[in-house]
Every structure is written in C-alpha cells, then in structure tokens.
Design a protein around this ligand. Structure first.
Ligand code: A3P
Length: 321
C-alpha cells in the first residue's frame, strides 16, 4: 500500500517542489496550493492526495460528503451521519453490535484524501450512497464531485475554539524532536491563516457561498448550533439527505438514540483505547467537546485580533457561531 502511494505521489514531485512552504503544526511543512495550506507526503492527508483526487476521482450523484476544517467537529459529524444513514441496518440489534460501539467514527467514514488509494468496503458498495469525509476546501474539490451534484454537509466552528483544539491536538501528536508548541506560536500561525487546509476564514467562506448558491447540495451547520440543539439538527440533516425520520421513528426515540450514541460522553468512553487507521490513537479526537474553551487560552489582545480578522473576512455574510 505504502509503495503504491509512493508511486502515485512521485508524479506530483515537480508540482510540489514549486509551491510556497511554511512551518507546519504537527509535521514539518505546509504547502500553499490553490490558496490553501496542505501537508505533504507521509501524512494521512496530503497535498499530493488532493492533486491525485483532482486528476482521477470519480464521484457519484448519490455520494454524501461530510466537509469540515480539522478540529471543527469532524469526528462527531461522521458519527451522527453514519448512524443516521445506516439506521435501518442496525435497528433492534439485528446485527449484534453497532459499528460505532466498537469502531472509531474515522474508521466508519473514510476521508477521500486519506483513503482514495485503498479499496475499503465502504467505497465499493454500489447499492447504497457512499459516505465520505473531506477537509478539502470547496474551490479545490475534484471537478467530478461538483459536476455530479453530490450532497455536502459542512460543519464549521468558532475560530477561537478551532485554534485551541488544534493547539492541544498538535501537542499530543508532535514528534518529541520538535518539542511542544507554545500557544503564542499557534496563535500567530492561525491568524496568518497557516493551518492544515486553512486559512480558516477562506475555508468557511467557500462552503458558505456554495450553500447559498446550491442550497440543495450544501447544508451549512455550526458546531455551536449542533451543541445547543443536536436533535433538531440531526433531523435537519436527515431531511437534507432525503432520509427524514418517520413519525413512528420519532415516537420510538430514534433521534434521541442517535444523539445519545454519538454524544461526547459516549464516544469518548468507547474510544479510550486503540488506534485509528494511520496509527493515531483513537482518543486523540476527544478532548473537552465544549463551546468556549478559548476563554481559558486567549488573552484579550489575541481575542480582539481574531475578532478583527473575522469581522473583515466575514463582512456582509451571515455566518455566526
Ligand atoms: P475540543 O478539542 O475543543 O474538545 P475534529 O473531530 O474535527 O478533529 O474535532 C475535534 C473536536 O471535536 C475536539 O474539540 C473534540 O473534543 C470534539 N468532539 C469530538 N467528539 C465529539 C462529540 N461526540 N460531540 C461533541 N464534540 C466532540
């Protein structure tokens, strides 16, 4: 597998070599490609994979994509939508255990830029909608996805909480040789737009614009809203994906069941041990799962710098959290 990927990635060596580079968070470098920062080879999600997808990926109209920036609630969204679209397979314990009770959500829903070269079973079932995730910015998506009208659920989060979450994630995964990152460093990179798949603001704006232009294809949700009323939002997602809950299901508590199964408490307990693909520990995706932890990390000055950038970048747009 590794060899195969190396061969594919080698095709993009020349293209990669001329891209602007910046210091990375977890890994050494980030590369600027089509206006966004990406890691490179030997990472789970890399700029070469994005290039390869742009060249070769074949989407289907029935595909469902869960799009996010890292640390915006990807794991939660994967769990919720996986449970939602597969709810009839796992009703009444017809299969003895639900996959989410034994597997990390990242194993249940693959990233197109992480799994594209591997034939996992989730990929090949021609009878049901394929469920994928991606961190790729809207404007860099493979053309075939845009052309065939697949549906997207986009989840975004308050930039200050994304920054804090990414800071902790980075320090859990950084190689010892690089040492720990200071919060000051993280803040500087983030405000310059330098983070994997960032700038934050451009990523959010891209999907926001798409949701206005193609409301039937892109559902735009915030982590904060999901936290306040998960049930209503799960019902919205179900409706958007053309598999609304029936009255009977609602009466039976199907929505509550999914929300409970995918809650931070439940998933963080289930994923205490083990690894996800790529060798990351399963528990690294669960920290606090709360809104507003930024108040414990940002100085007033840092906070107002980010407020200014956000005000300017989101000017005239109805994006709130
Ligand atoms: P914090 O670091 O603020 O706790 P991603 O999945 O995109 O990597 O995002 C990770 C963030 O989502 C982390 O935020 C994590 O704790 C939070 N999270 C993970 N599972 C969650 C869940 N089931 N409900 C709510 N938040 C969750």
């Amino acid at each position: 597998e590794r060899e195969n990927m190396t061969l594919i990635f080698d095709r993009y060596n020349d293209k990669l070599a001329i891209l602007p580079k910046e210091q990375g968070w977890i890994t050494e470098n980030l590369h600027l490609y089509q206006g966004f920062w990406f890691t490179s080879m030997h990472n789970r999600i890399s700029v070469e994979a994005v290039m390869a997808l742009q060249d070769t990926f074949k989407a289907r109209p029935t595909d469902i994509y869960l799009a996010t920036l890292p640390k915006s609630g990807t794991t939660w969204l994967k769990a919720l939508v996986f449970a939602l679209v597969n709810r009839n397979h796992y009703k009444n314990n017809s299969l003895s255990t639900h996959p989410l009770l034994v597997s990390n959500p990242h194993k249940c829903v693959p990233f197109i830029e992480g799994e594209i070269f591997k034939n996992t079973p989730t990929y090949v079932d021609p009878h049901s909608s394929r469920l994928f995730a991606t961190h790729i910015p809207y404007t860099s998506l493979p053309q075939s996805i845009l052309d065939c009208g697949s549906r997207f659920v986009y989840l975004y989060r308050n930039p200050k909480d994304v920054l804090v979450s990414l800071f902790h994630f980075t320090n859990k995964l950084r190689d010892e040789s690089r040492g720990q990152m200071t919060f000051e460093e993280a803040f500087k990179l983030f405000s310059k737009g330098i983070m994997p798949n960032g700038p934050y603001w451009d990523h959010v704006k891209g999907y926001h614009k798409a949701s206005l232009e193609h409301p039937e294809n892109v559902l735009f949700l915030s982590y904060e809203d999901m936290t306040i009323d998960t049930m209503t939002n799960v019902k919205r997602i179900a409706k958007f994906l053309c598999c609304p809950f029936t009255e009977e299901e609602e009466a039976e508590g199907a929505v509550q069941g999914i929300v409970r199964l995918c809650s931070f408490e439940s998933l963080s307990e289930i994923n205490k041990h083990g690894n996800v693909r790529g060798g990351l520990p399963s528990n690294v995706f669960f920290r606090e799962g709360k809104v507003g932890d930024w108040t414990n990390h940002l100085t007033d000055e840092m906070s107002s710098v980010l407020d200014e950038i956000t005000k300017e970048k989101f000017h005239g747009l109805n994006i709130s959290y």
